[in-house]
Ligand binder design. Structure first.
Ligand SMILES: Cc1ncc(COP(=O)(O)O)c(C=O)c1O
Length: 395
């Protein structure tokens, strides 16, 4: 059913855009200069579509660390981690991550998706129920399916429905609530203070995916659980290095028993190659940089975010319920969303067009990713172009 829906969406929309030469998808990046990219179709686009929230993917210290790691260890590790181990820098990354929260064990995966598949399928089985927010990331649903647990969902951030599901499933061995900390297509937070209270009341476990919030949200930059002061009540945190950390890879922070199970048993760890040394070198440099100037980078990100959100809302543009550096500009109709994204590119600004089936039909949006690297002038350029686009396309 879902596959059929996706296939027909591709036929009707994506193929039509491809034929008409208007598809904004899969741009080929020819060059990267600071906040600008040159693609196969456009020169010097101001990048407002990325998840590089702290601008670290272009940082010289990450580049140098990646090169140094390659020089020291080569471009790959020797084999599966279980048998051939991993490098000293993989180990240093895990030890840095394990010192960040009250969850004392950290385990590094090749991607955030692999981390979700592993931790969810290890924590749940057929005797359990997994309760997901309906807008959770697809990798959470994939991990849930893999676990064999019964799966239920609640409407986005609807705590009443979550509570009624928790009470309905009191007979299960485990109730496991899984949420994204910061929702990547909406920009809003999971109410983790309320979720933690419900989990305590119904003896449920909580896994939070901080992919878009690790490094950027909370007094210590550890994510939305950190923001709400409930990090020590969570059973596992999943993160990715592919957003604010400017690198690639995923991780799970959890308790030692689960960590051991993941290392020996999780197929996406045991039977998939660990991250390449260059990538882990960049990750380590990024975590080190966050220790020294994470606070300053987050302040700049917050002030750029306040400027963009404040001015666009003042102009009457619908930004949904965002409260973060992910700013969805709601255009609604799919064709119009693509037209606006293309018009913005023709005028020098790159935004990410999110349309069905990645978001519900008729809620097409331009997903603006603000970064701490953007200057005030660059934010102003985005604001004035979006206002012009809204007047021209009426959304
Ligand atoms: C909420 C969420 N979780 C997990 C992932 C997967 O992370 P990765 O790109 O490291 O596989 C993403 C990536 O888009 C995400 O948005």
């Amino acid at each position: 059913m879902a596959v059929q829906a996706k296939a027909s969406a591709l036929d009707e929309l994506y193929s039509e855009w491809e034929r008409g030469g208007t598809s904004p998808f899969f741009p080929v990046i020819e060059a990267n200069h600071g906040s600008f990219v040159t693609t196969d179709r456009h020169e010097q686009l101001l990048m407002f579509g990325s998840c590089d929230y702290l601008g670290l993917s272009q940082d010289p210290s990450l580049k140098e660390a990646a090169i140094k790691a390659i020089e020291e260890f080569g471009t790959n590790t020797y084999g599966a981690q279980l048998l051939c181990g991993h490098t000293r820098i993989h180990h240093e990354v895990e030890s840095k991550l394990s010192s960040l929260t009250s969850l004392p064990s950290a385990i590094l995966f090749p991607s955030g998706m692999a981390a979700n598949l592993a931790v969810i399928s290890a924590m749940a089985s057929s005797e359990d129920v997994i309760i997901n927010d309906r807008t959770d990331h697809v990798s959470i649903f994939m991990g849930s399916q893999l676990s064999g647990a019964e799966m239920r969902t609640f409407p986005h951030n609807n705590m009443k429905k979550l509570e009624s599901l928790l009470s309905q499933y009191e007979g299960k061995r485990r109730r496991i609530i899984i949420v994204d900390g910061l929702y990547s297509a909406d920009g809003d937070f999971a109410p983790l203070d309320e979720i933690a209270a419900l989990a305590a009341a119904y003896d449920a476990k909580v896994i939070v995916d901080e992919a878009h919030s690790f490094g950027t949200v909370g007094p210590n930059g550890l994510g939305v659980a950190d923001h709400f002061g409930v990090l020590d009540t969570v059973d596992a945190v999943v993160g990715t290095m592919s957003k604010a950390l400017g690198s690639v890879g995923g991780f799970v922070l959890t308790k030692p028993v689960l960590e051991r199970e993941l290392r020996y048993m999780a197929p996406s760890y045991t039977s998939s190659r660990g991250s390449a040394p260059g990538v882990v070198g960049a990750t380590l440099a990024s975590l080190t940089l966050l220790e020294t100037c994470g606070g300053e980078l987050r302040e700049r990100l917050a002030s750029n975010t306040a400027l963009v959100i404040g001015r666009l809302r003042e102009a009457g543009i619908d930004l949904m319920k965002t409260r973060s550096h992910i700013v969805p500009v709601l255009v609604r109709e799919e064709n119009k969303t693509i037209q606006v994204a293309n018009w913005l590119m023709e005028h020098g600004v790159f935004t990410a067009a999110f349309v069905y089936p990645h978001v519900p039909s008729n809620t097409g949006r331009l997903r603006i990713g603000i970064t701490s690297r953007h200057t005030t002038a660059e934010c102003e350029r985005l604001i004035s172009l979006l206002i012009e686009a809204r007047d021209r396309f009426s959304f």
